[in-house]
Design a protein around this ligand. Structure first.
Ligand code: S3P
Length: 447
């Protein structure tokens, strides 16, 4: 999406059952990292299944501006030639990260320990989001920052030529912050350690190992996890396959659960336990989801999913599950709206600083569709009746792809169609969402 992209209102109406096989696009988190590590690695890296969503294209573009060679072949395979650890070059243009917090924060970490200045910006959503969570620890490593008030973009990262290793305990559960520090640590002499009390997605740790870097993860006091990289080693070019994104798969999965008679197959979905909190929750709610042919690919677990329509019941979601399903609360809100009874979600403070204030957007959208709920600073309770809600509203999406997709899914079950004010941002993570859902039997139309 660019600032000049036209808004794209969409509407979703109830149709018959959904059926078929769903080719969900590649994992967004892994796609960003695959390009970044390929841009550092010596030799060629070949990436199959890379997500071609806007967010990942921003990362590719920024890495090219930093001197890496990145091309997409006609066969859909991406090839990178990296510059070696510490070998990125000063960009001669502004690095525009669009809507992507992951691209911005991870790349800020990467350039923080390179001795040059980079200017970062983003769209109207990203430039509202907090960056102090990465600039704080990266400053301790020696980088300097000139950002707008409240640590927001646009701003400059003045990388250091004499990086210092840190041991940093994360004050918020954030894989983006953890990864930014570990990436800065790659070009820092000595050991850089990040301690997390709530485990977050570990794709950085796993993929760095795949590229030949030693990453040690140990349990420390109180059960916290400490991830350590020893800096100034080299990454080696590798081949890798990116599995389908469990966060994107969540939309067709919930659509199938709430449309009677539906049955969907979703091959090759990532099942890393740090990402599958929604699936655990849905199964506890009574969902018929099977994980078949479980296997490992490129250091990550994957499985084929089989989902059948199910009667869902409200449950209490354990707050410590939040990091493993942080992007899935919007679609869980939709499942909860169609379930029977109360679904209680706590520990949601981080939802306030996503692509939108997601907690507020879920609540206002559900409310507009006739769903009973209560919301607090970091919690949400949805009162389902066991029947789909009335719908019949136009839901505000606030530049948030996951809010848009969630309410289009709710529109597939609700009595009246549901419109979203702008579906354009769906392309940031799930290009082809509308076509794919309609092929399965959904009724999504341009307004
Ligand atoms: C991501 C981490 C999460 C998630 C985001 C992707 C990543 O953010 O919300 O969509 O790829 O590391 P936080 O780490 O800030 O919670």
């Amino acid at each position: 999406m660019s600032a000049s992209s036209p808004v794209r209102p969409l509407s979703s109406a109830r149709t018959g059952a959904l059926s078929g096989t769903v080719a969900v696009p590649g994992d967004k988190s892994m796609s960003h990292r695959a390009l970044m590590f390929g841009a550092l690695a010596l030799g060629e890296t070949k990436i199959e299944g890379l997500l071609t969503g806007e967010d990942v294209l921003r990362t590719a573009d920024a890495l090219r501006a930093l001197g890496a060679e990145i091309v997409r072949g006609e066969d859909g395979i991406w090839r990178t030639r990296g510059r070696g650890v510490g070998g990125l070059a000063e960009p001669d243009r502004v690095l525009d990260m669009g809507n992507s917090g992951t691209a911005a924060r991870l790349l800020m970490g990467l350039v923080a320990t390179h001795p040059f200045t980079s200017i970062f910006t983003g769209d109207a959503s990203l430039t509202k989001r907090p960056m102090a969570r990465v600039t704080g620890p990266l400053s301790q490593m020696g980088a300097r920052f000139e950002l707008r008030s409240k640590g927001r973009l646009p701003g400059a990262v003045i990388g250091t030529s004499t990086p210092m290793p840190v041991t940093y305990q994360l004050p918020v559960a954030s894989a983006q912050v953890k990864s930014a520090i570990l990436l800065a640590g790659l070009n820092t002499p000595g050991k850089t350690t990040v301690i997390e009390t709530e485990p977050t997605r570990d794709h950085t740790e796993r993929m760095l190992r795949h590229f030949g870097i030693e990453v040690v993860v140990e349990e420390v006091e109180g059960g916290a996890l400490a991830a350590t990289v020893t800096g100034q080693g080299e990454l080696r070019g590798r081949d890798l396959k990116v599995p389908a994104d469990p966060s994107s798969a969540a939309f067709p999965v919930v659509a199938a659960l709430i449309r009677p008679g539906s049955e969907l197959r979703l091959p090759n979905v990532g099942t890393n336990i740090r990402r599958t909190g929604l699936y655990t929750t849905l199964v506890e709610m009574g969902a018929d989801i099977r994980f078949e042919n479980a296997r490992e690919e490129g250091g990550e677990p994957v499985a084929d999913l089989l989902v059948r329509a199910s009667s869902l019941k409200g449950i209490e979601v354990p707050p410590d599950r939040a990091p493993s399903m942080i992007d899935e609360y919007p679609i869980l809100g939709v499942a909860a709206a169609c379930a029977e009874g109360k679904t209680v979600m706590r520990g949601l403070a981080e939802l306030r600083v996503k692509e939108s204030d997601r907690l507020a957007m879920i609540a206002s959208g559900l409310d507009a569709c006739g769903v009973k709920l209560e919301m607090g600073e970091d919690w949400l309770v949805v009162h389902g009746t066991g029947k789909p809600p009335v719908g019949g509203a136009t839901v505000a999406t606030a530049m948030d792809h996951r809010i848009a997709m969630s309410f289009l899914v709710l529109g597939m079950a609700s009595d009246q169609p549901i419109a979203v004010d702008d579906g354009g941002f769906i392309d940031t993570s799930f290009p082809g969402f509308v076509t794919l859902m309609n092929q399965l039997g959904a009724g999504i139309t341009e307004v």
